[in-house]
Ligand binder design. Structure first.
Ligand SMILES: CC(C)(COP(=O)(O)OP(=O)(O)OC[C@H]1O[C@@H](n2cnc3c(N)ncnc32)[C@H](O)[C@@H]1OP(=O)(O)O)[C@@H](O)C(=O)NCCC(=O)NCCS
Length: 170
């Protein structure tokens, strides 16, 4: 499977033109293209290539890459443990946000988690990341915890992490 690594100035003519692939370490560069474009550097949330490669190399991790017009457009990275899955990362390239790709990736991660026997999926989100919070809430995640001052922002700002959970059984 050939995976181009940049959007190359291509915006999809048709939002339905999205494909999701299971990926592993071999598609690291495609994931890093999305990471570099997708995370605001002021919050230091972007994982390094080494961190992502290390996680992809773990037997209990799984990831999906979204492509639009054959270019990397988003991804999810998850890890399972016991009956739970943790969504570690989700990002969509800015040029194709707001077209349902994040929701498609999230729902697919939940389906993948369920297929692995997980009964619930957890994630952590910075309290002021309103786009992500709304995405999660619309997808059926509920807040189950709060970790004060968990994330660092610029100029010494701190932000809480909200722990959210979606039940998968049923
Ligand atoms: C969060 C993110 C993945 C959403 O991706 P997306 O493809 O734009 O999301 P979708 O188009 O599927 O939108 C799904 C829902 O999210 C909400 N949403 C998305 N972007 C939003 C925004 N900018 N403001 C408010 N709500 C937003 C909407 O409620 C939308 O549902 P609706 O259209 O039915 O109302 C994307 O903004 C992103 O990559 N952000 C940077 C990385 C990040 O913060 N990841 C999360 C922490 S790891």
């Amino acid at each position: 499977m050939a995976l181009p690594h940049s959007l190359a100035d291509r915006v999809p003519a048709d939002p339905a033109d999205v494909q999701l692939f299971r990926v592993d370490e071999r598609q690291l560069e495609a994931l890093m293209t999305v990471v570099r474009a997708g995370f605001d550097p002021q919050f230091g949330e972007a994982w390094s290539a080494q961190q992502i490669a290390g996680t992809l190399g773990e037997a209990n991790s799984f990831a999906r890459l979204a492509q639009v017009a054959s270019a990397a457009a988003g991804f999810t990275l998850c890890r399972s443990a016991g009956g739970e899955v943790e969504l570690l990362l989700i990002a969509v390239t800015p040029a194709v946000r707001g077209r349902g790709i994040g929701r498609l990736l999230l729902d697919t991660a939940c389906a993948d988690a369920r297929a692995r026997g997980a009964e619930e999926i957890f994630l952590e989100v910075r309290e002021n990341n309103m786009a992500a919070r709304r995405l999660y809430a619309r997808a059926g995640f509920a807040e189950v915890g709060r970790r004060r001052d968990y994330y660092a922002g610029s100029a010494g700002m701190r932000y809480a992490a909200l722990t959210m959970r979606r039940l998968l059984a049923g």
